[in-house]
Design a protein around this ligand. Sequence first.
Ligand SMILES: [Fe+2]
Length: 222
Amino acid sequence: MTRIGRQLSIGKTDNTSDQRTPRKRLRLIPTDVRESFVPVIPAKAVQRQNEWDLTRIAQNRPRAEGSPIEVKGTVRNENGTLLRGALIEIWNANHYGRYRHVEDHSGLKLDENFFGIGRVITDEYGNYRFWTISPGAYLARPDIGRWRPKHIHLSISCGSSRLITQMYFPNEPNNASDPMAVLMGDSFDRNLGKPYETIIPEVDRGYDFDIVVGGKNAIFFE
Ligand SMILES: [Fe+2]
């Protein structure tokens, strides 16, 4: 059977990839055409104060539970050009592996000081930086015992493009068996945050995560 454009099941227990992927072959719209008819995101207009700091719901509120971390990097397009004004939306589970979302039925602990959603916009040199709480791993499929390793969800909007992806953490026990990591194969490293020591008192550790949104060096498009 021809399955043009569809993602084949990752393994015997994967019963969702087939329904969640396009039925038809994807068509790439040339960049020149895309840029000509799609409005550019009004960067500065949409960012509110402190949205880059997910470790507090608001200034003067207590810090969320868990280990605060910094994530920073650059955003580039397929030609290697640094992208200013790219909107990065961030969401991750709390310290216990729980999302503040109606579809999270895990029963794990919510943290009243962690909302888990933030936004940041790249500066004129394509740099971004945000703080969050190091997320907990969670049991995504209790029926088959599949865990998701620690990860941060990211949506990157720049010009006419939007890419949704995840940043992983090195040396996590469930990285190798994660369905997305399996799809990435050898390019998994591109989606790994690279740890660095930091002397900033507000965070325990930093992670470099450079994002390429197109071309052969692109990070994984979820
Ligand atoms: Fe997740």
